[in-house]
Design a protein around this ligand. Structure first.
Ligand code: GTP
Ligand code: MG
Length: 248
């Protein structure tokens, strides 16, 4: 399915997140304008080349997907990754790959966040920490460009779906707990928090030493986090498309 030609290096947007969240459904909708295509659990990373209109304002993905749409266009790769815990390595590797990564869309199921909060937040923690560390590499040379993260709170069509504001606060609270327990892991290995050296420091997500975690703490590392609700099933993904369009 990968349509990347070896000699092009198009900007890319990474779809990442827990299993069953709707990543492949979103890719299919953006590629074909069809939200009724059945998906299967992804076992491999797949990329599609998409086009976004760059003048006359942002157009709906329904128009922009057409190559003959008027105006100028920009091409980019949308990269879908498997959510299964055993298949995440390649997804995580994409964050540090050299291809011009322009944004990360972390898709989650807002209707099942209560049950999946820990698992979702654990994965998100790893993704955010990878983005944070990415900004930390090569402090002496030119810093890598910022990569922003969109939390796409999918399945808003279901009555159990949490609104974006609650998705945000629940995840912030859980990420704070994970940060605390992971730092206890460091302590247990014989390092006091106050005496953590630079290397331990690097595994601390967000503002160092802060009691509570907030996504705004990621700004220090040039990682801007937006939380936006939507529904692939209902085709309500325009805000996500706008976010992507602004970054490629
Ligand atoms: P993995 O490949 O396992 O990582 O999952 P994924 O994130 O690619 O999920 P996928 O797109 O395969 O969707 C999983 C299930 O959720 C499918 O049955 C979809 O039809 C369903 N789904 C996706 N988006 C929505 C949505 O907005 N609302 C509802 N109700 N169901 C959705
Ligand atoms: Mg999938």
């Amino acid at each position: 399915i990968s349509s990347a030609t070896p000699y092009t290096n198009l900007p890319s947007i990474l779809l990442i997140g827990p299993p069953g969240a709707g990543k492949t459904s979103l890719l299919t909708l953006l590629e074909r304008g069809d939200n009724a295509v059945p998906t299967h659990t992804s076992q491999i990373t797949q990329s599609v080349e998409l086009t976004v209109s760059t003048d006359g304002g942002i157009q709906s993905f329904r128009d922009a997907a057409r190559d003959d749409a008027p105006g100028s266009h920009k091409k980019f790769m949308l990269v879908d990754t498997p959510g299964h815990g055993k298949l995440r390595e390649s997804a995580m590797a994409k964050i540090n790959a050299n291809d011009p990564l322009k944004g990360v869309v972390f898709v989650l199921d807002a209707s099942a966040l209560d049950e999946n909060l820990q698992a979702t937040a654990n994965y998100l923690f790893d993704v955010l920490l990878a983005l944070q560390k990415r900004m930390g590499v090569g402090k002496t040379s030119k810093a890598p460009h910022a990569v922003h993260l969109l939390l796409a709170a999918n399945k808003a069509d279901l009555f159990t779906a949490l609104p974006a504001s609650l998705v945000k606060s629940n995840l912030e609270a859980e990420l704070g707990r994970i940060r605390q327990s992971r730092s206890k892991g460091l302590k247990a290995s014989g390092v006091a928090v106050g005496e953590m050296d630079d290397e331990d420091n690097e595994d601390w997500l967000g503002e160092y030493g802060a009691e509570k975690f907030a996504f705004s703490q990621m700004r220090e590392f040039d990682v801007e986090v937006d939380v936006v609700g939507g529904s692939v099933l209902e085709g309500k993904v325009d805000k996500w498309w706008d976010w992507i369009s602004e970054r490629v």
